[in-house]
Design a protein around this ligand. Structure first.
Ligand code: FAD
Length: 293
């Protein structure tokens, strides 16, 4: 089913991101975690894609998406463009179609250091246009950045390019993770002013260990509010306490977002079923309530 149709039937969607096996990872444990996540009946499950776009990366993303479908979940396959040729992207679109995938998250990805020459599709908006022109009837989602994309000079400029992604056919947006809801609300206001009216889901990552936080901040540059940093510092040496505190922080963020009318929560649970299950338990009555009203 197309995710845009789900947004037509529901006020608030709940979705979870999973990542496919890397070469060194055992496939079974990742598939087992993904299957357990399906038991939570999320509205869809997104499957990440290696920005290199190799044949191996194409296969693991397409295979996991097909596996999720077999287990009753709607997959959203991520697809990046910046390191790939047009024939490579065409072959991935074919593979996704053959695997019954109807929804794609169109991304630029990050340029591989070894990549030479100019990319054929330099931005996510170019990939969106390409997917539309290629056909296949995919529903297309794109990303947005509550604190602005790290390469952009300002949030305002980032939103000009975001509008381009929507104009070229993105039917919903998923945000980068953030820890201060104020940043997300500011971005929503700017989107509204810029005429972006597609549903925007908030990306939430429950942080349950300090290694994870350092990695995430260096990768995406998310700002850490004082309240959040205090929690991390206080419980750093106590994994059980940090788990509870990280889950509570994310749950509070989610409740505030849903109370403020957000159209969806996208959970970055890092293939950790316990995290997804605990957050889902905390908010399932809230989700049921807002979707009945
Ligand atoms: P774009 O929308 O192309 O934007 C990138 C930068 O270029 C921004 O600064 C933007 O303002 C600017 N820009 C956009 N259009 C133009 C234009 N026409 N002219 C000039 N400047 C422009 N990475 C992966 O490799 N695999 C994944 O599976 C993956 N999943 C992700 C899921 C989510 C929800 C998010 C938020 C990110 C994900 N990423 C993934 C990371 C993503 O690929 C990087 O953040 C990347 O740097 C930007 O991708 P984008 O699609 O947002 O790029």
């Amino acid at each position: 089913m197309k995710i845009s149709s789900k947004f037509e039937c529901k006020n608030v969607l709940f979705s979870v991101e999973v990542f496919p096996p890397k070469k060194e990872n055992p496939v079974e444990s990742i598939y087992a975690a993904a299957e357990k996540i399906c038991t939570l009946s999320p509205d869809y499950v997104s499957v990440t894609y290696g920005a290199g776009g190799s044949a191996f990366q194409q296969k693991v993303t397409a295979d996991l998406a097909a596996h999720l479908k077999k287990h009753g979940a709607e997959p959203l396959a991520h697809l990046t463009c910046v390191n790939s040729s047009l024939p490579e992207i065409r072959s991935m679109l074919r593979l996704l179609k053959e695997n019954g995938v109807e929804n794609i998250l169109a991304l630029r990805g990050d340029r591989a250091p070894e990549a030479g020459g100019d990319p054929e599709l330099p931005h996510a908006s170019d990939l969106i246009r390409f997917i539309r022109e290629t056909g296949g009837g995919f529903d297309i989602a794109a990303t947005c950045y509550p604190e602005g994309h790290p390469e952009c000079d300002s949030l305002e400029e980032d939103i000009v390019y975001l509008r381009e992604k929507v104009d070229r056919g993105a039917t919903h947006l998923i945000s980068q993770l953030f820890f201060d809801n104020g940043d997300f609300y500011r971005m929503l206001e700017l989107c509204d002013k810029a005429g972006i009216h597609v549903p925007i889901q908030a990306g939430i990552m429950p942080v349950i260990n300090s290694r994870q936080i350092q990695r995430m901040v260096s990768l995406c540059g998310a700002k850490l509010p004082t309240k959040f940093s205090k929690i991390m510092a206080r419980y750093e040496g106590n994994p059980a306490a940090l788990f509870d505190a990280g889950i509570c922080y994310a749950t509070e963020q989610i409740i505030d977002l849903i109370s403020s009318g957000v159209r969806g929560i996208h959970l970055y649970s890092m293939n950790n079923f316990k995290v997804a299950e605990t957050i889902h338990r905390n908010i399932k009555n809230i989700l049921r309530g807002v979707n009945e009203s």
